[in-house]
Design a binder for this molecule. Structure first.
Ligand SMILES: N[C@@H](CCC(=O)N[C@@H](CS)C(=O)NCC(=O)O)C(=O)O
Length: 207
């Protein structure tokens, strides 16, 4: 069997690592983990053992090295098409890709001011205008996706790459006590109650 390893950072803090980890878990694709402690003098050297970028996550699948969350997600979707990790419908898939791309390249203010700390509940920070807009935009995405979704409790019905990409934001909203109502709250609850998310959070408490 092909040796498959996902190198990740601390489960408590590494939001980028959570995304492909959750995707592989939800798809039932077996892998080993290599955990690297971030923010240490040795972090860069450790990361460079796995990835040319010196960052995690990185997936080693046999002889292949795939780095950067979006590339890993696309590789997983392409390698296991039967897992249907993108929506089947072309128009819905285009929308899913749009929100994933938006998450991957955007929301910088929210990320900076609400860094992931998935085992803590902290006072709500005084958010900048940019971060406030980011939070509202995420909630708008969740609300509109859930209104249109069919056949399941996730953004596009069944679990897709889009849910893996927004999962760290669900933890951030809880950590920083961001008000949520209705479909937005229900969606965050759905993500956070997944056994795989519970496994991640439990492991984070042990680090
Ligand atoms: N665009 C990259 C971002 C990866 C990234 O920034 N990873 C952080 C951890 S969450 C990292 O490895 N930082 C290195 C460090 O903290 O030294 C991706 O999508 O994978």
């Amino acid at each position: 069997m092909t040796k498959r390893t996902l190198a990740i950072g601390d489960k408590r803090y590494s939001s980028w690592s959570l995304r492909p980890w959750l995707l592989l878990k939800m798809a039932g694709i077996p892998f080993q983990e290599a955990c690297i402690k971030l923010r240490q003098p040795t972090t860069l050297a450790e990361c460079l053992r796995y990835s040319p970028t010196g960052k995690v996550p990185v997936l080693l699948d046999g002889a292949l090295t795939i780095w950067d969350t979006l590339a890993i997600a696309e590789y997983v979707a392409e390698t296991w098409p039967e897992k249907q990790l993108w929506p089947a419908d072309r128009a819905v898939r285009a929308r899913a890709r749009s929100v994933v791309a938006e998450m991957h390249s955007g929301f910088a203010d929210m990320r900076r001011e609400m860094a992931m700390d998935c085992i803590s509940v902290l006072p709500r920070p005084e958010l900048s205008e940019g971060a406030t807009r980011d939070v509202a935009r995420v909630q708008e995405i969740w609300q509109s996706c859930r209104e249109a979704a069919q056949g399941g409790p996730f953004l596009f019905g069944a679990f897709t790459i889009a849910d893996a990409f927004f999962a760290p934001v669900a933890t951030r909203f809880v950590t920083y006590q961001i008000p949520m109502t209705g479909a937005v709250q229900a969606y965050a609850d759905t993500i956070l109650s997944l056994p795989a998310m519970q496994e991640w959070i439990a492991a984070a408490t042990q680090e």
